[in-house]
Design a protein around this ligand. Structure first.
Ligand SMILES: [Zn+2]
Length: 448
C-alpha cells in the first residue's frame, strides 16, 4: 500500500502525486448477520458501474451463474451459495479477466466489490487495472498473454479479502479508494481475477456486485437491508416460546415453517417431560438459528440457542435435518452444569448418547439408525457415544429399568453421576453390562 509521505517537519514530500497515489484497499467480512459491514456501504443501485458494459475478455464465465449482469444489476443474492445470483468463472478457467467499459472517461471515487458464499468461494483475490483509453499503445481487450502495463493499463490496487483459515465464509466486501476521493479519471476498468483459494476446484469467487462510484455524481442510492426472517410460535400449552431465525437462509423459511416447526412444537415438551426431575425448570425460550461457518458440524446447542449449519441443512432436508434438530432440543433440555472438560460426573458419551437415544428410538425408530450390525458390533462399546451409546441405553432401559434414561439424565444434571450409577440401577457394573449387551446382539445377529 503506497501512501503520500509526510516529513517529520510537517513539510509535505510531493514527489509526484501519481507515483505516491494513496490508494487504500479496505476489506470487510460479515458472517453472523446480513450486510452489516462496519464501514463499507451496502451495494449501490445507480452507480457508474450500473450502466457499464461488462465483458469477460479472458477465461470462461460459468454457465450456472447469472453471467456478468450479476455484477451491476443492483441486486444482491438473497442467500449464500446461490450460483444463479452471482458471476463466477468456471472451473479450470485461466487468466480470468473482466472488463468494465464505463462509456466515457469518469472521475472514479472508489470501486467496491461484493461476494457471498458460506465457504471457499467467498474470498476475493484480484488486481484492478484502469485506463482512460487514450494511452499510448492502449488495447481495450488485451489477449490473455498480454502484459497489461505494456498495453496502456495502470495497476490501481491488489485486493485479497482472504481471512484466517476456517473464516472464509460470509459476505465479503473490498473498497478501493484514496484519501482524496479520486482514484483517477478512467473509462475502462480491468479486473484480473485469481482463485479465492489456490488449487481448489471450487475456488472461483461468487462475485455478487461490483460498484464503480463516480466522484462527480450525487451519492448513489443503496439497496435496502433485508428484514430478518423469523418464525415464532409456541407449543400447544403455550408454555414454551420458539423462534426459528432464517435471516441468513431465507430459502429455508418455508421448509422450517412446514416441517421443522411442527417437530419442535411437539418434541420439545415431550423431551422436557421425559427428562423431568425435581426442581428442574426447562428453558422456556428456545431459538434455532441458521448459521454459516460451522465447519462439518451439522448443528450445536449452547444453552437455549441452537445453531443449524446452513449448508448441511440445505443438503439434508429430506434426510437427517429433522432428526438432528431433535438431538439438539435434547441438549437444551439436559440443562447440565457447565463444568471443566472430561469431568467424570459429565461424561461426553452420556451427553451425546441421551440425545441420540431420544432421536433414534423415540423420534424416528422406523429409521433403525442406531441398530448394530455384524459389521459394527466388533467395535461397539457402551461408551462409544452418539448412536452406539443410544443403542446401549435403549437395551439397558428395556432390560433393567424403564426409567433408566430419566435417572441417568438427572444424575448428570445434578452433578451426582459416577460409575456407581450402573451397579445401583441395574445390579451390574458398566463392564458387566457391556458384555451382556454385546452378547445379546451377538446372539441376535447369529439367529438372523
Ligand atoms: Zn450433540
Amino acid at each position: 500500500m503506497l501512501r503520500v509521505l509526510f516529513l517529520a517537519s510537517g513539510a509535505v514530500l510531493l514527489a509526484s502525486q501519481s507515483v505516491f497515489a494513496a490508494v487504500e484497499v479496505k476489506t470487510e467480512r460479515t458472517s453472523g448477520s446480513l450486510f452489516e459491514f462496519q464501514s463499507i456501504p451496502l451495494p449501490a443501485l445507480d452507480d457508474a458501474g450500473s450502466t457499464a458494459k461488462i465483458v469477460v475478455i479472458s477465461g470462461q464465465s460459468d454457465g450456472k451463474g447469472k453471467g456478468t449482469q450479476a455484477l451491476n444489476d443492483g441486486e444482491f443474492p438473497s442467500y449464500s451459495d446461490h450460483p444463479a445470483s452471482n458471476f463466477f468463472f468456471s472451473e479450470g478457467s485461466n487468466q480470468n479477466r473482466i472488463l468494465f467499459d464505463l462509456g466515457k472517461a469518469t472521475r472514479v471515487k472508489n470501486v467496491v466489490s461484493y461476494s457471498w458464499h458460506s465457504d471457499e468461494r467467498a474470498p476475493q483475490v484480484y488486481a484492478l487495472y484502469a485506463a482512460k483509453g487514450d494511452e499510448a499503445d492502449f488495447n481495450a481487450k488485451p489477449s490473455p498473454d498480454t502484459n497489461l502495463e505494456e498495453a496502456g493499463w495502470a495497476l490501481v490496487a491488489k485486493v485479497d479479502t482472504s481471512p484466517g483459515l476456517g473464516q472464509r465464509g460470509g459476505q465479503h466486501a473490498a473498497l478501493i479508494s484514496d484519501a482524496e476521493g479520486n482514484l483517477g479519471v478512467y473509462r475502462y476498468l480491468l479486473f484480473d481475477v485469481s482463485k479465492s483459494v489456490a488449487d481448489n476446484p471450487f475456488g472461483e469467487t461468487f462475485f455478487s456486485e461490483i460498484d464503480v462510484i463516480d466522484a462527480d455524481a450525487p451519492e448513489p442510492k443503496r439497496i435496502d437491508r433485508p428484514d430478518p426472517v423469523l418464525i415464532t410460535f409456541t407449543d400447544k400449552s403455550q408454555t414454551y416460546k420458539f423462534t426459528i431465525d432464517a435471516t441468513l437462509a431465507p430459502d429455508l423459511k418455508d421448509w422450517s415453517k412446514e416441517k421443522l416447526q411442527p417437530v419442535v412444537m411437539e418434541w420439545y415438551p415431550r423431551i422436557v417431560e421425559l427428562l423431568n426431575s425435581e426442581g428442574f425448570y426447562p428453558p422456556q425460550k428456545v431459538t434455532l438459528r441458521y448459521q454459516n461457518e460451522m465447519g462439518d458440524k451439522p448443528a450445536w446447542a449452547e444453552g437455549p440457542n441452537i445453531a443449524l449449519n446452513i449448508g448441511w441443512y440445505r443438503d439434508q432436508l429430506q434426510h437427517e435435518a429433522l432428526g438432528a434438530a431433535v438431538h439438539e432440543l435434547v441438549h437444551v433440555a439436559q440443562l447440565y452444569p457447565i463444568t471443566r472438560r472430561n469431568d467424570p460426573a459429565k461424561p461426553e458419551w452420556i451427553v451425546e448418547g441421551i440425545p441420540d437415544y431420544v432421536r433414534w428410538y423415540l423420534y424416528e425408530p422406523q429409521s433403525q439408525g442406531a441398530e448394530l450390525t455384524s459389521h459394527s458390533l466388533p467395535e461397539a462399546r457402551y461408551d462409544g457415544s452418539y448412536r452406539v451409546t443410544a443403542n446401549f441405553l435403549e437395551w439397558a432401559s428395556r432390560t433393567y429399568d424403564k426409567d433408566l434414561i430419566q435417572k441417568l439424565n438427572t444424575s448428570v444434571r445434578e452433578g451426582k453421576y459416577s460409575t456407581k450409577f450402573w451397579k445401583a440401577t441395574t445390579g451390574l457394573t458398566e463392564e458387566e453390562l457391556n458384555k451382556a449387551w454385546i452378547d445379546h446382539h451377538r446372539a441376535r445377529l447369529i439367529q438372523n
